[in-house]
Design a protein around this ligand. Structure first.
Ligand SMILES: Nc1ncnc2c1ncn2[C@@H]1O[C@H](COP(=O)(O)OP(=O)(O)OP(=O)(O)O)[C@@H](O)[C@H]1O
Length: 596
């Protein structure tokens, strides 16, 4: 034992105390570990230390070499695409990624009910709504049909659960696309603010200097995102996420197109409007404009009392032509000329820009009384201040919001005129402005080149009232109740049955099918006759209704609102019409007395 202790002490002492102190600084706890190893295993670490240092140096150099080689490889042999959060491609890619089968196998993912949560609506609500609807029978009075309460209980039970979407978590992920390995890196950006908590960037890389495969991937992602919209009208809104961010177009929804026939307006006016837009969009028109050096733009002014169909016509035109609709509220105090021109310069080539209620914005002031210069001066002083401060500080954000509240209305007439047809104004878009008070608008805004066609909307005529009544009560194809897929199968077919299909079933020896088809055929014929009778009845009732409601006194919105209260009982709508007319008249009289 004594011999052992003396060996140990000599081993520990093979390093001077200064050396041990240095080692203790470099490797915290060195002397302690060294003593423990000597006492326990009788091994003097000090005598192996040079090898350990050599190994560590070798390890570090190797690591550096790998890092360096990777860097060189990444720079010269890897192609990378960067995708930023504020670009729509971010949405496309995340949507595509969340629908890939390999996302169900990955062990690091972000789970959510949306594939993105901050800058745009990805319509997952609509998708959720449609999902599983095929398995739900709509309520009805038939033998096997559920009651409304049963249907509602089922629907609410289903709505409690939303489809979960999985997207890759922060960090690196490898996946295959068309037989090629790709790498996705999701990186958190640290200048996040309280408004955008997850500001991030994506990097998609592939081996080789040819990035075609990444472009193909992004094209596929875009395609799947766009296909999901089908023929729906996609609506964007010009807004900003928080005070220190510029205005941008954010997708807010995609809606089923509104048939033009449902907008009650003089047919000639409707035809003129649509054919004017079609003529403008024709490729020869673009050439014609460019050959003559005329800016390729077209503007429309839809004016008339509230609720007469201005927005509806614009929406129907967008749906008919498959154009995206960009909505902008000029009344926003925060909107200035720079924001407005950057919004207009971000517009796609073919689209409809809808500026609603232009008369309510600061643009009603004539050009001479513009206070834009004053506002600009104030703005630049503010910007100079901001440059010195931290734009991400929540307190600064609050300050900015308060200042903007206190600012006079943002946009001025000259700013609007500049973006509509200034030298740098965008080309190719269709501009539609709506107003309830065209008389308030400055002549400069209405001159040709800015407004090329005006359409006046007014109170409903007898013909309009009849059309509105008919459109509300006519049974349309989509009105028929939805039958669950399982019942459709057991019932045979949900398509209309023809004599030919009955004969086909018979010759194929499907006797039991034949009977079912025969029944279905008779049912379809009955339905057709019933629909025809209904049409005649509705047209008679429409005439009756139009004779009660006075000409040129009510808006389409008012009549629609009344009819919706009796949407299943046209006769009740007619019998209550006179009282309703009196009621509305009195209400309007009272309102005008109040204003006077
Ligand atoms: N001419 C019309 N044809 C069919 N529906 C109409 C018509 N006018 C109004 N409506 C109905 O009334 C409602 C409001 O219509 P819309 O928003 O188009 O009116 P608007 O003229 O743009 O009103 P505002 O000036 O207040 O913006 C919609 O639900 C629409 O269906």
């Amino acid at each position: 034992m004594a011999e052992n202790i003396s060996t140990t002490s000599s081993a520990t002492n093979s390093f001077s105390s200064t050396d041990t102190a240095i080692l203790d600084t470099l490797i915290p706890g060195y002397s302690l570990i060294s003593r423990f190893v000597v006492s326990r295993f009788d091994i003097d670490i000090a005598s192996y230390l040079q090898y350990v240092i050599l190994l560590a140096t070798f390890g570090a150099s190797f690591q550096y070499l790998i890092w360096y080689t990777m860097n060189v490889l990444e720079r010269y042999f890897v192609s990378t695409a960067e995708i930023r959060l504020d670009d729509e491609i971010f949405n496309y890619f995340m949507y595509w990624m969340s629908r890939q089968p390999h996302m169900s196998k990955t062990n690091r993912f972000v789970a959510g009910v949306k594939t993105n949560g901050y800058w745009s609506d990805d319509d997952s609500d609509d998708e959720d709504d449609e999902k599983g609807m095929d398995e739900l029978d709509e309520p009805g009075s038939g033998e096997n049909e559920p009651t409304f309460d049963e249907y509602w209980a089922k629907l609410m039970g289903r709505d409690k659960y939303r489809t979960l979407r999985y997207t890759p978590a922060e960090g690196r992920h490898f996946f295959w696309f068309r037989g090629r390995p790709l790498m996705l890196e999701r990186q958190q950006q640290h200048q996040s603010t309280r408004y955008v908590l997850n500001n991030e960037t994506l990097f998609i890389s592939c081996l080789g200097r040819n990035p075609t495969i990444i472009k193909e991937l992004l094209n596929e992602a875009q395609q799947s995102y766009v296909e999901r919209d089908g023929n729906r009208t996609v609506i964007y809104r010009g807004q900003r996420l928080y005070a220190s961010r510029p205005f941008a177009w954010y997708r807010c929804m995609a809606r089923s197109p509104r048939p033009l026939s449902t907008v009650v307006l003089d047919q000639t006016q409707k035809d003129e409007f649509i054919s004017d837009i079609k003529e403008y969009l024709h490729p020869r028109t673009r050439r014609w404009y460019s050959n003559r050096g005329i800016p390729y733009r077209r503007g429309y002014l839809l004016h008339g009392p509230p609720g007469t169909g201005k927005t509806s016509l614009c929406f129907a035109a967008a749906g008919l032509l498959g154009l995206k609709l960009f909505l902008l509220n000029l009344d926003s105090k925060a909107l200035d000329e720079d924001n407005l021109s950057s919004l207009f310069s971000d517009l796609p080539r073919r689209c409809i820009v809808l500026l609603e209620d232009v008369d309510t914005a600061g643009v009603t002031h004539s050009r001479g009384t513009d206070s834009s210069d004053k506002i600009k001066e104030e703005d630049s002083a503010e910007q100079a201040k901001e440059a010195g401060g931290d734009s991400n500080n929540p307190e600064n954000e609050k300050e900015k919001e308060k200042k903007e509240e206190a600012k006079p209305n943002g946009i001025t007439l000259s700013a609007l005129l500049n973006v509509i047809d200034g030298v740098a104004a965008s080309e190719g878009r269709i501009l539609v402005m709506t107003t309830n008070h065209p008389e308030k608008l400055d002549a400069a805004l209405l001159r040709p080149g800015r407004v090329d066609m005006s359409i006046q909307f007014g109170h409903t005529t007898q013909a309009d009232i009849k059309e509105l009544f008919t459109s509300i009560y006519t049974t349309m194809e989509g009105d028929l109740p939805r039958v669950a897929a399982s019942r459709r199968l057991t019932n045979g077919t949900h398509k209309s049955v023809t004599n030919g299909s009955i004969h086909h079933a018979y010759t194929n020896g499907q006797a039991e099918n034949k009977e079912k088809l025969q029944q279905q055929f008779e049912k379809d014929q009955e339905t057709k006759i019933r629909l025809q009778e209904l049409r005649v009845r509705i047209s008679r009732l429409a005439l009756e209704f139009a004779s009660i409601v006075p000409n040129n006194e009510f808006t389409a919105a008012e009549i629609q609102g009344y009819l919706l209260n009796h949407k299943n009982a046209p006769e009740a709508a007619i019998s209550g019409a006179e009282v309703w007319v009196q009621g509305i008249r009195e209400k309007k009289r009272a309102q005008s007395n109040l204003i006077a």
